[in-house]
Design a protein around this ligand. Structure first.
Ligand SMILES: C[S@@+](CC[C@H](N)C(=O)[O-])C[C@H]1O[C@@H](n2cnc3c(N)ncnc32)[C@H](O)[C@@H]1O
Length: 387
């Protein structure tokens, strides 16, 4: 388990790692039930700012432990799954630390590469066995990356991707007129009408911080989706520890409805953890800078919980989307596909979408011709249509 003690002064990485840990834990185990081989690829592995002797506060440390646990639990059920990790780090001194890792995981095949990720990518893609399911993590330190250079990675079948989109830097870069920066942004976000939308919004004075984010995040999500031909792309935003401002967005791309379900579960758990740690980080910061800790602690306790009201709004939006996306009878969509589309758009958990769907059926606004007696919520294969 990742521990907050290892993340003093970089609490944003703690939130990222809380999310990564629960996501990999759930999905490595799940995919290992169908695939004989699971590979984790970390394109920008580090270690970077690690404070833990065993490197358990790094993305690859978290992934290796998840691979090990999934392998062990399948072994207990007499199923042997191969687990591998390919770790790339360009910096020679960080790479030196990385070379000590394979010896600690004899149960996992670990390949390390001291190289630039984009240079070594085609070799990695060739090395990946066809029968392996691959989890890619793309977490560069900066924002400049040509997304098309990742096209073969994004398009690999039996794979999914987490991509760290450095929103704060990208958002600032989007207002800079320098041609080199403009080219860099075009290469990062090759699809979508984001530049025209931002410029129009700026001209008319209608663009807020929120709409800027919607525009940039929307076009980047669309770019990932198109290049990788993914069915579902979603993101979770990590805030600055002390300021109420987005720092980066972790994008997730998958082709499987189960993936998006797990993503939302892990996201909501990570957002709640973020909300707790940010509150205590802010209180500690105020206490050390002003000595008025107790006063601010009680102020915080009285503050309305913004996260919970955000989640309530998302719940309402999810209901609207469920009704909008359900085709009118006699056309239908299977419930699993419809629910996954709702989950891809809103921060809600699948049991909550099930409850909404059951209520809409009760109110005769959604139809499920296959509903079986005694069922309380719709089943994945049910035909779903609007009345
Ligand atoms: C943000 S850190 C990665 C943090 C890590 N994912 C984690 O969560 O623990 C980015 C790492 O990528 C390395 N790096 C930067 N550019 C690279 C490149 N082109 N290819 C490979 N590694 C690179 C940096 O040296 C740094 O260690």
């Amino acid at each position: 388990m990742v521990s907050l003690h290892d993340y003093v002064g970089r609490e944003q990485s703690y939130v990222k790692h809380v999310f990564l840990e629960s996501y990999l834990e759930a999905l490595v185990h799940k995919t290992a039930s169908r695939y004989p081989h699971i590979v984790y690829v970390d394109g920008f592995a580090g270690p970077w700012q690690s404070a833990n002797e065993k490197l358990e506060d790094t993305s690859f440390g978290i992934a290796l432990n998840a691979l090990r646990r999934a392998k062990g639990s399948w072994k207990e059920k007499q199923r042997d799954v191969r687990m591998s990790a390919y770790l790339v780090e360009r910096d020679p001194s960080a790479y030196q630390q990385l070379t000590s890792v394979p010896a600690r995981y004899p149960d996992i095949t670990i390949k390390t590469y001291n190289d630039d990720f984009l240079t070594v990518l085609s070799k990695i893609l060739k090395d990946l066995p066809r029968d392996a399911f691959t989890f890619f993590l793309i977490d560069p330190k900066g924002w400049r990356i040509r997304l098309r250079a990742l096209e073969a990675l994004l398009a690999r079948p039996s794979s999914e991707v987490i991509f760290n989109f450095m929103f704060d830097f990208i958002n600032r870069a989007a207002s800079i007129r320098d041609p080199a920066i403009a080219t860099g942004l075009d290469e990062l976000i090759p699809f979508g009408d984001w530049r025209r939308e931002l410029e129009e919004g700026e001209r008319s004075g209608s663009v807020t911080r929120g709409t800027r984010k919607t525009i940039l995040v929307g076009s980047f999500g669309q770019s990932l989706k198109q290049l990788g031909k993914y069915d579902y792309v979603a993101e979770t935003t990590v805030l600055r520890p002390l300021k109420d401002r987005p720092l980066y967005c972790l994008f997730y791309a998958t082709r499987h409805p189960k993936g998006i379900e797990v993503f939302r579960d892990c996201q909501i758990a990570a957002l709640r953890e973020e909300s707790r740690t940010r509150a205590s980080t802010k209180v500690k910061h105020v206490a050390t800078t002003s000595g008025q800790g107790e006063f601010f602690q009680s102020l915080h306790e009285m503050a309305p919980d913004e996260l919970e009201s955000f989640l309530q709004d998302q719940h309402i939006e999810a209901e609207k989307t469920l009704l909008e996306l359900a085709p009118e009878s006699p056309i239908f969509l299977t419930y699993e596909k419809l629910r996954a589309q709702v989950l891809a758009r809103h921060v809600v958990r699948h049991p909550d979408v099930n409850k909404i769907a059951a209520r809409l059926r009760h109110e005769n606004r959604l139809l499920f011709p296959d509903w079986e007696k005694g069922k309380r919520v719709p089943q994945p294969g049910y035909r779903t249509q609007r009345n």
